[in-house]
Design a protein around this ligand. Sequence first.
Ligand code: 5AD
Ligand code: SF4
Length: 376
Amino acid sequence: MEKKYYITTYGCQLNVHESEKLAGVLKQRGFLPATKLEDADVIVFNTCAIREGAEDRVFGNVGALKKLKKEHKDKIIAVCGCMTQQKAKAEKLYKIFPFIDIIFGTSNIYKFEDFLDKKTKRLLAYDEAFNLEGEKMPFYRTSGENAWVNIMQGCNNFCTYCIVPYVRGRERSRPSEDIINEVENAVKEGYKLITLLGQNVNSYGKDCGEISFSQLLKKVAEINGDFKIAFMTSHPKDLTSDVIDVIASNDKFLKEIHLPVQSGSNKILERMNRKYTVEKYLSIIDEIKSKIPNVRITTDIIVGFPGESEQDFEETCNLVKKVKYDGIFAFMYSVREGTVAEKMDGQISFDVKNRRVNKILELEKEIKKEKANGNN
Ligand code: 5AD
Ligand code: SF4
């Protein structure tokens, strides 16, 4: 009988694409995707660490496998991703769930095939030797008409709330030639949307003397074929006019920009180490709107960052009303171990965070209604 696998993915698009790589390895070894976790011979949890809730779910869902593993000792259970790129969390999972066979972090994803072959009973692989080896893995695309294409890995920004720089390492850009090849192949295979991925796409090339992000966008747009291009995520401090100009000038680009603002208060932006002001952010938004007619602008907002007063929160609401976003991903601030904000004064209660997040969601609804009624 054919062997089967089942992968549960938490978190962002980067993780979704990495699960496509794990699937690629398994497919190459003759495994087929299972429709139910219980039917799989290899069960993988690709985890996220961005907020506490994501990690709690992993503990709950992995814990629930105890009985299954007891009844089917030959099943292989693997846990990988951002959560297990934190040493203490990886060790905790290893200790409290003895039925997990393989634990490894993002830095070791490219060794997945070796790990499957290991005859040792249990395995915990941890290091911080981040590289680009994962880009050589095969992949099995699972996102319909959309092909995810990594352009870079890691982040150098160290926003004070964020775990990403710790679990993904410093910025590493892929050679532009490899990116172009991958896009060409995806287009030939019939993918209609190419989404270029990176934690901080506007920094593309800066770590290695490659071409700039706007030059890369131009090259991708020159590829022949009937397809659209999207990218994520942009950091406002690095989004330059030449990038906006390229998007405006070519029909291949989706007229959509995701530009996380996080807060509308200069005091909080500074405490977050975001390196831009509200005024600067609004001037970029103005430029985008004036150069790209009917552009969709979406954002991420964190409410309840340490020290966020009612006044600071009001300022965020005002910014939301000004920009009239087409979509908002609003999050309650979640303390992340090892980040600078973990140690900051002024941590905010759950109730206040909850009220503020709901207020943002209400504003988003009002803006949608307004726009549906034809008021832009
Ligand atoms: N708490 C809440 N939200 C967070 N994000 C990142 N770190 C945290 C955190 N500690 C949000 C940011 C980011 C999005 C991907 O997740 O808004 O843009
Ligand atoms: Fe996190 Fe900031 Fe890097 Fe985005 S830019 S991944 S929020 S540290």
